[in-house]
Design a protein around this ligand. Sequence first.
Ligand code: PLP
Length: 477
Amino acid sequence: MNIPDSGMAPDQILETLRSFKGGDADYKSGRIFAYTFFPGDEADAVIKQAYMLYLDENGLDPTSFPSLVKLETEVVRFVADLLRGGPDAVGNFTTGGTESIMLAVKTARDFARAAKPHITRPEVVFPRTAHCAFYKACEYLGLTPVVADFDPRTFRADVDSMRSLITDNTILLMASAPSYAQGVVDPIAEIGRLALEKDLLFHVDACMGGIMLSFLRQMPGYDIPDFDFSVPGVTSISADMHKFGYAAKGASTVVYRSKALRRHQIFANTQSTTYALVNATLLSSKPGGPMAGAWAVSRFLGRQGYEKMFESLMQATRTLVQGINATGDLFVLGKPEMCLLSFASDTINVFQLQDELARRGWYVQPQFSTPLSPHNLHITVTWPNVPNAQAFVDELPAAIQAVKDSPAKIDINTVRAQVKAMLDSFGDDAIAQLSAMAGVSGADMPKDMALISSILDALPKHMSEALLKDFINDLFV
Ligand SMILES: Cc1ncc(COP(=O)(O)O)c(C=O)c1O
């Protein structure tokens, strides 16, 4: 047992916890282009206090803590109104985008069980640009994911491909506003028409864009395509407060066009010897802190606060897009609609550029190739990045040159050929050899990630997934 016999002093506990953070990403530095959505010290302080006010309450029983119902209702109403849901729209507060998506997919499954009982092997159709959470929802809920193509130039869903994959077993269509990877909004209106024509539910994943795109839509100078409940055929939308709503983590919403549909989300049980249970979302004991934090930040920022932040994010994004395209070696993929973007290269292995940028104190995120897209690097522009966008652009030429001058160049095509040769000779046993080649062992990660990323990129998906599972299985106790 690794707890002390007698309790530690509070100061010592907090000091120890602070010391644990030494190796963590410095998200306030403005040099990390992923993972956190820090809204600045002032907003952060308000969120923290609101969160702590609700540290102990429990949303398990809405009749015992009616103030949690009020907080949830007001946050969901804020989002539903932004998404033009009208008076009939309803929704719930969840722990994150993944839960919101999981619930929307579960709702579609249970709606289909009731309305289309002849379907015994339900399928969900979405483009490859959809977030992995859709594959996860299908895996957890016993549904078959059916993956459609996207336009390799625009990175928008190929609606003809989606149409061609609809069968008698299809229960749900899904698209993104925007996709995480390239920040591109799918042709929601067209997919909405397809959903209506085929009598299917249609979920829009606006985890990233639900709040920001809704504000941009109403601001001068932005031409945001309709992606919300104003589009006929859209039946549910996920929109995260803990991304560009600026709430603390554990805060998302899932919104439905009607109460009749949302009913399929709710779980009730009176069969156990315990208390009668009824849960709208996945959690049973449900923390109040994330709701209070989300409520507080929306009140603290107000419309003007959000607009000001989003305008700055868009300016920084324009700086980055122009600067990246101006390098001559890198090009931005598709036309990002908000402040998420990705870039690739025909001249260097961008996974090596990621390592080079890391040596210079920047974090950008590797994304793998697909049959229709090259391997690339992702950037999510957040508030602390705003003053650093130009500095990043200024540093790019030197970082690119360093990759070109590197004596240990990793050619992605050579790695692909080597991986293929190993697979041909060793089959599934190649995994162990490849792990050794990449230098991966449990929590002991090498500093340079380019070779690992290049190998993962080259592997068949079932093998890269197996490798990643082994890594995580070794990482945790
Ligand atoms: C478009 C999109 N959908 C869903 C998710 C999953 O959200 P979460 O990480 O909050 O579960 C993300 C996360 O980045 C996302 O970008």
